[in-house]
Design a protein around this ligand. Structure first.
Ligand code: T4K
Length: 375
């Protein structure tokens, strides 16, 4: 019998640079008295991230949600947007904030991303775009989605909130689709406390995106469109500059944790692991398990509850499905019959503790505790 952890174990802990280093950058910010609105730290971070993510163009934001709202605005979308129900609320909400209708398509069993065959079933003359999510950093079926979009003349936005650094066969994830949104929230692999970015290939989009995130202001006397305030400030940008220096080390620590989880859990009947696909580079944002109640003996919900007794706080991302929220459950596409895979998967997924400062012996202990639950 294992003892509970003395301190709570969460699914994540933010990557933070040394406070001394951060203070040094903050001194520069204080000296300049320029704390937001496209300051020098912001400019530097934007350039560095464009290089790191290997994308032609990039705009920074104060969070991923305003970035996603802005992406939809900037492409002047109309009517309906096809998306996934297996995501964080921000995804369908960004559609709703643009006064458009989210239409939920089902997901794939193997990687939980939107199923292209289901997308096609929902296309009608009101459809203007597909908003797909690289959920848990797993890339969507981008080539199939591209074919559908070409065929029906639809735009593609990727919610790449979890996919910082994901690649498909060596191609950086931000190069796919019309626009990709990255989140830099505290819980993300790369964080600026709160923050986000839009990446895009068509350089002409930069102008409208920059206008939209700054109230539509062109100059002191001209406002061109009804924009919002989506600007990242100098404090966030400074944190980002330092965290970016640490990112490769954080990833290698996560890779070790990932390996320990796989070694410890690969032969446990009833627990499926999302093993990394060798041709794709995963972002190492989350480590997720799938619990089969019949084979493991107890349900995902029971595992989640039992872990709490050991001071381990796993998460049931993304339960409930967005199609079950009060604001969306009456949409025709929210019908459970339309989303059989998503409705099954959402009962079985458990997001495990996964962050660089998690110690190897802690991961081993978590795995032993999980195995002790098996009936
Ligand atoms: N699209 C997708 C697919 C997303 O997943 C998200 C955000 C977005 C869009 C929107 O991007 P942003 O607008 O957020 O940039 C968290 C995050 O707040 C959210 O950013 C993220 N997805 C989502 C998956 O996770 P919660 O409500 O689960 O967070 P919370 O506060 O419960 O934190 C989770 C755990 O992390 C805590 O139990 C402990 C740890 N934690 C958290 C914070 C904030 C820390 O150790 N330190 C911290 O400062 O949503």
């Amino acid at each position: 019998m294992h003892k509970p952890f003395k301190k709570p174990i969460y699914i994540t802990r933010p990557l933070l640079p040394s406070l001394d280093k951060y203070k040094k950058l903050l001194e520069q910010v204080w000296d300049s008295q320029w704390i937001t609105n496209n300051g020098p730290k912001h400019k530097k971070l934007e350039k560095k991230l464009r290089n790191y993510l290997k994308v032609p163009s990039l705009s920074l934001f104060n969070n991923g949600t305003t970035a996603l709202i802005t992406a939809i605005q900037s492409l002047k979308l109309t009517g309906e947007i096809i998306t996934t129900p297996f995501t964080f609320p921000a995804t369908p909400h960004a559609i709703n904030w643009n006064h458009l209708i989210p239409v939920f398509a089902d997901i794939k069993k193997n990687d939980f991303t939107i199923d292209p065959r289901s997308i096609e079933k929902h296309i009608n003359k009101k459809t203007s775009a597909i908003l797909a999510v690289h959920v848990f950093g797993q890339p969507c079926d981008v080539y199939a989605i591209e074919n559908i979009a070409k065929c029906y003349k639809l735009k593609i936005i990727y919610d790449a909130a979890h996919a910082f650094g994901t690649e498909i066969n060596g191609i950086p994830i931000g190069q796919f689709g019309d626009i990709s949104m990255f989140s830099f929230h505290a819980t993300k692999l790369f964080n600026t406390a709160e923050g986000g970015a839009l990446a895009f290939n068509d350089l002409r989009l930069k102008k409208i995106i920059e206008l939209t995130k700054n109230f539509g202001i062109k100059n002191e006397e001209e406002v061109l469109l009804p924009g919002l305030n989506g600007k990242m400030n100098e404090l966030q940008s400074s944190l980002g500059l330092l965290n970016l220096e640490e990112i490769n080390e954080e990833k290698s620590k996560r890779q070790n944790i990932y390996n320990t989880y796989i070694t410890e859990l690969k032969n446990v009947t009833g627990v499926s692991l999302s093993e990394l696909d060798t041709k794709n580079k995963n972002s190492l944002q989350y480590f997720v398990l799938r619990i089969n109640k019949e084979k493991f003996g107890i349900s995902r919900d029971d595992v989640y509850r039992k872990f709490k007794k050991y001071n381990i706080y796993t998460r049931k991302y993304f339960y409930p499905l967005c199609s079950e929220y009060n604001c969306y459950k009456n949409l025709p596409s929210a019908d459970k019959k339309n989303l059989p895979v998503a409705n099954q998967v959402v009962k079985e997924i458990l997001t495990m503790p996964f962050y660089g400062s998690l110690k190897d012996e802690e991961v081993t202990k978590i795995c032993f505790i999980l195995k002790s639950f098996k009936k």
